[in-house]
Design a protein around this ligand. Structure first.
Ligand code: ADP
Ligand code: ZN
Ligand code: ZN
Length: 796
C-alpha cells in the first residue's frame, strides 16, 4: 500500500517528527512530495506537509489521508532539507519554517467546504437535545464527509453554523488553488501575414474576433493587461488558438559595459569562476570600498553561473535598493525574477512559478528570496552582507547569511558576500581561511575617496555657536549651494526632540506603555513613542511636579530641518526619514527629486546612508556622531563605523570632489580617526581584540532569552526560575559557558509588557542549541512570553 510521512502543521515545538498515513486508492495520482494534505491527528482534522512517500504492508492501525490540498508541490527536497536544518539550528518547529517558505498566495484556500470534527457516535454520547435542522445537517455531513457552503446554508443559519464551529464540532477546509495572474510585462503580437490573408474571411464568419484583430492592428505591441480590459479574454484566447495572436514578454535591451575591468575586478571574477567550475561549496568575501565596482563583479559572476546552466540568487538588504539593482541587472541578464514585499501576493506567486519552472535564471530580492525554488542553484550573491535587515526580527529569528551558507552547501554552490565594511564575523572568517578574500581597493574611473574631517563641537560651543551646525559645516553647505552641488545631512533620530525635561524636578516625559522617553514631533505638535507609536499632546506642565518650565532637548531630523531652513532660507530642502517616507510613493519621489537635482540639501536618518548613488553630492555632514556610539550593545561600535563609512560614501561618487564632516564632542575617539583614514583593517584589528577579550561573537555564540509579561513580579520570578533551570542543565560543562542575568532589558518595558533577559555565552554552538531546545520544550506559564534570539543584532 502507498503511504506518506507527514509533518503536522501545528505551531508546537515538540512535533518535529513525522507521522505515517495511508494513501487511499483514489488519491495516489493526486498526492505527492511537497504537497499539503488534511489528516486526522489526535481526533482533530489538521493540515500536514508530505515529506516522504513510501510503500508499506497494509496496517490497520494507520489512518488514511483525508484530502490532498495542493495541486502542485510547494517545496522541493532541497528546500525541505534546508528547512530541517533551520528548524534545528534556530530551535523552531519545522512546520513553522515550511509555512514561512510557501508563497503567501498559497496560504489562501478556495472552494471552502465543511467537515465534521467528531464522529456520529461520539457526538450523541454528549449531545441529545439538538434542533432538527442542525441534526439533519450533521447527518448529511457524516454521510457525505464534506459539504460546500451553498448546501450548508439550506440547513443552517449563520448563528447555528457559528455555534457548531466555535464548539469545534465542524471545521472548514478548502484546496489551495490560484487563478492565473497575468504579468504586466507581456504584450500581444499580431501575426501580420495571417491577418492580411484571412481578415475578410473572419469578418464574415466571426465579426467580434475580426474587431479584436483590427484593434490589435491599430495598437501594435499593446500590453496584455491593457488589451484584456477592452477585449474579453475568451475572444483573445480563440485568436491565440487559431494562430493570429501570440504572447511575448517584453525584454529589456541587453547591453554590454563600456569600460574595461581593472586588474582587481578581473582577479576577483576569475577566482569566483574557478569556484563555480569546481562544483563544490566555496565561499568568498568581496571587500571593496564604496564605488569600487562590486556590482560589475556580481554581474559577471552571475553570467558565468548561468552559462553553466545553473541559477543564481541575489540578496539585497532592502526594497529601495532592489529597484536600483534590478535596473542594472536586467540591462545585462535576460529573464530575471524579482521578489519583494511591496509586490502583491499574486505577482510574487507568478515570479515563484517562473523560478520553479526554470524560466527565470536569476532571482533578486531581500531576505525571503533565499527560499526561492531555484532548480540547480549555482551561486548566491549577498550584497552589503553587513546590513541588519538581513536578520529577521521575529520568530524564527534567522540571519539570512546563515541560511545562504547552508543552502549553498546543500547545492554545492558558490556563496559570494560583498561589502565595503564587512561584518566582523565575516572578515574573521577570511582570517581563519574559511572564506576567500577578494579585494577591490580603488574607486573606479578615477573617482577619489572623499576627504573626512572631524569637527570638534567643543570648540564650536566655546566660540559662542549654540546651534546644531558648526560654523565650518555651515560654510561648506553654503559653498556647495554656490557651486550648484548637493549636500546630505545625517542624523540618527527622527522627530524633533527626543526629550522633554522638567527644569524644576528633572523628570523626563516618558511613555506610560514603554520605559522610553517620548519624542516631540513638530509637524504633528505631538509627542510620539517610537516603540509603541503612542501619540499624546505636547506637554505644557510637568506630569510629576506641575511646573511649567519644560525644555525640549536632544536632536532629531525635524529640528535639524528647522535650523537648516533658517540658515539657508533660499535653498531647496527636503527630509527623508520614516515619517516623511510613510505616504505611499513618497520615498521614491524624494530620491527621484534628489537624483534630478531639484533638492539642494537632504536631511535624513539611515535611509540616506544606504547605497544610493547621487553624482552631484559633494558634501555629507554627520550632525551628532556621538549618539551612534552610546548604545548598550556589543555591536554598537561596529554599527557606528559601518554607518559612518556608508554615509561618507555618498559624497563624491562621480567626478566632483567629496567632503565629509563628522561633528562630535569626542574628537579623540579612535573609531572616528579610522573613518578619517578610511582604515577598515585597523578598525577591525582593534575591535576583534575587544570581542576576543570579552568573549563575544565570532568567538562565542550568544543566546538571548527575553522573558516578558504584563505583571512585573511574575516576570521577574519566572526569569529567576528559568536561569536556575539553565544552570542545573549545564552544571558539568561550566567552563565553556557563561550565564548573564537575569536582568531587566535595557528597555525594561515595551507596549505595557515588562521585559527581562538572560544571556548565555557559549563556546560550543551545539551545546547552546541543545539548551535552546530544552528551553523551548519547557512548559512556560501562560502569562509569560519567551523569545529566543541566537546571536542577536541588538540587545535593547
Ligand atoms: P560599489 O557597488 O562597489 O560601490 P559600483 O558597482 O556601484 O560600486 O560601481 C561604481 C561605478 O563604477 C558604476 O557606475 C559602475 O558602472 C562603474 N564601473 C565599474 N567597474 C568599472 C571599471 N572597471 N571602469 C570604469 N567604471 C567602472
Ligand atoms: Zn517637574
Ligand atoms: Zn510606548
Amino acid at each position: 500500500m502507498q503511504a506518506v510521512n507527514v509533518i503536522i502543521n501545528l505551531s508546537t515545538n515538540q512535533l518535529n517528527n513525522s507521522f505515517t498515513y495511508l494513501v487511499p486508492e483514489d488519491m495516489t495520482t493526486e498526492i505527492g512530495f511537497g504537497k499539503r494534505v488534511l489528516v486526522d491527528f489526535r481526533g482533530k482534522k489538521i493540515e500536514a506537509f508530505v515529506v516522504g512517500l513510501l510503500e508499506i504492508e497494509n496496517d490497520p492501525e494507520l489512518k488514511p489521508v483525508l484530502k490532498v490540498l495542493d495541486q502542485e508541490e510547494v517545496f522541493n527536497h532541497e528546500l525541505l532539507e534546508l528547512a530541517q536544518w533551520m528548524a534545528d539550528y534556530y530551535s523552531v518547529s519545522l512546520s513553522m519554517v515550511l509555512s514561512m517558505i510557501i508563497p503567501r498566495l498559497l496560504h489562501h484556500k478556495t472552494s471552502m467546504r465543511l467537515i465534521a470534527n467528531v464522529s456520529r457516535e461520539e457526538f450523541f454520547k454528549t449531545n441529545c437535545d439538538i434542533e432538527i435542522p442542525v441534526k439533519d445537517f450533521l447527518e448529511n455531513l457524516w454521510a457525505k464527509k464534506e459539504v460546500d457552503l451553498a448546501e450548508t446554508s439550506r440547513y443552517l443559519n449563520k448563528i447555528q453554523l457559528d455555534d457548531l464551529m466555535s464548539r469545534g464540532l465542524v471545521g472548514m477546509t478548502g484546496i489551495y488553488k490560484t487563478s492565473r495572474v497575468l504579468r504586466n510585462d507581456s504584450i500581444y503580437i499580431l501575426n501580420q501575414v495571417k491577418f492580411q490573408e484571412e481578415i475578410s474571411l473572419i469578418r464574415r464568419k466571426a465579426p467580434r474576433q475580426a474587431e479584436a484583430l483590427e484593434r490589435l492592428a491599430a495598437h501594435p505591441g499593446i500590453n496584455c493587461n491593457e488589451f484584456d480590459k477592452i477585449v474579453p479574454r475568451t475572444i483573445t484566447s480563440a485568436l491565440i488558438k487559431k494562430g493570429f495572436v501570440s504572447i511575448e514578454k517584453i525584454k529589456p535591451k541587453i547591453t554590454v559595459p563600456e569600460f574595461e575591468l581593472n586588474n582587481e575586478q578581473n582577479d576577483a571574477i576569475s577566482r569566483i569562476i574557478k569556484g563555480l567550475d569546481g562544483h563544490q561549496y566555496s565561499e568568498y568575501l568581496l571587500f571593496g570600498i564604496t564605488g569600487s565596482g562590486k556590482t560589475e563583479v556580481y554581474i559577471q559572476a552571475a553570467q558565468a553561473a548561468i552559462d553553466q546552466g545553473r541559477s543564481v540568487i541575489v540578496l539585497v538588504p532592502e526594497i529601495a535598493l532592489t529597484r536600483q539593482l534590478v535596473d542594472i541587472f536586467s540591462r545585462r541578464i535576460p529573464d530575471i525574477a524579482v521578489m519583494h514585499s511591496a509586490m502583491s501576493a499574486g505577482e510574487r506567486y507568478e515570479e515563484w512559478k517562473r523560478i520553479k519552472r526554470g524560466d527565470a535564471k536569476l532571482v533578486l530580492g531581500p531576505r525571503s528570496a533565499i527560499f526561492a525554488p531555484t532548480p540547480d542553484l549555482g551561486l548566491i550573491i549577498m550584497d552589503e552582507e553587513q546590513e541588519n535587515s538581513y536578520k529577521q526580527e521575529e520568530t524564527p529569528r534567522y540571519h539570512v547569511r546563515d541560511i545562504a551558507r547552508q543552502r549553498a552547501r546543500l547545492s554545492a554552490a558558490v556563496f559570494l558576500m560583498g561589502s565595503a565594511t564587512p561584518a566582523l564575523e565575516s572578515y574573521y572568517r577570511t582570517e581563519t581561511k574559511k572564506t576567500e578574500l577578494l579585494r577591490l581597493s580603488q574607486r573606479t574611473a578615477g573617482a577619489v575617496m572623499p576627504e573626512v574631517v572631524i569637527e570638534d563641537m567643543r570648540n564650536s560651543f566655546k566660540s559662542g555657536n549654540r546651534g546644531l551646525v558648526s560654523d565650518y559645516l555651515r560654510n561648506r553647505i553654503g559653498h556647495a549651494l554656490i557651486m550648484g552641488q548637493q549636500s546630505i545631512l545625517f542624523i540618527n533620530r527622527r522627530g524633533h526632540s527626543p526629550m522633554t525635561i522638567c527644569k524644576e524636578c528633572g523628570n523626563i516625559a516618558s511613555c506610560p506603555n514603554c520605559s522610553v522617553g517620548m519624542t516631540f514631533h513638530r509637524d504633528l505638535e505631538q509627542n510620539v513613542c517610537h516603540y509603541c507609536n503612542r501619540h499624546s499632546p505636547q506637554l505644557t506642565v510637568c506630569q510629576v511636579c506641575g511646573s511649567r518650565h519644560l525644555q525640549l532637548a536632544g536632536v532629531g531630523t525635524q529640528k535639524v530641518e528647522e535650523e537648516i531652513r533658517r540658515l539657508f532660507p533660499e535653498a531647496r530642502i527636503d527630509r527623508l526619514d520614516l515619517d516623511s517616507s510613510r505616504p505611499k510613493g513618497a520615498q521614491k519621489a524624494i530620491l527621484q527629486a534628489m537624483k534630478e537635482g531639484s533638492i539642494d540639501i537632504l536631511i535624513g536618518t539611515q535611509m540616506v546612508a544606504k547605497g544610493l548613488d547621487f553624482p552631484m553630492v559633494s558634501l555629507v555632514g554627520v550632525i551628532d556622531a556621538d549618539s551612534l556610539l552610546n548604545l548598550p550593545d556589543y555591536r554598537a561600535r561596529e554599527r557606528c563605523f559601518q554607518l559612518l563609512v556608508q554615509v561618507a560614501g555618498r559624497a563624491g561618487r562621480a567626478d566632483i570632489h567629496g567632503e565629509v564632516i563628522i561633528q562630535t564632542y569626542n574628537p579623540q575617539e579612535p573609531l572616528f580617526q579610522k573613518v578619517v583614514s578610511h582604515d577598515y583593517q585597523s578598525f577591525y584589528d582593534d575591535e576583534i581584540k575587544i570581542r576576543r577579550l570579552l568573549e563575544y561573537p565570532p568567538f562565542t555564540d550568544i543566546l538571548r532569552i527575553v522573558i516578558s509579561g504584563e505583571a512585573e513580579p511574575a516576570c521577574q520570578e519566572y526569569s529567576g526560575e528559568l536561569a536556575r533551570f539553565i544552570e542545573e542543565m549545564i552544571d558539568a560543562k561550566e567552563d565553556s559557558i557563561m550565564i548573564l542575568g537575569p536582568a531587566p532589558c535595557p528597555i525594561s518595558k515595551i507596549k505595557k509588557r515588562f521585559r527581562y533577559q538572560i544571556m548565555i555565552k557559549c563556546f560550543s554552538s551545539l551545546l547552546l542549541r541543545s539548551i535552546a531546545a530544552k528551553i523551548n520544550n519547557r512548559n512556560h506559564p501562560a502569562s509569560i512570553k519567551i523569545e529566543l534570539d541566537l546571536n542577536p543584532m541588538a540587545t535593547i
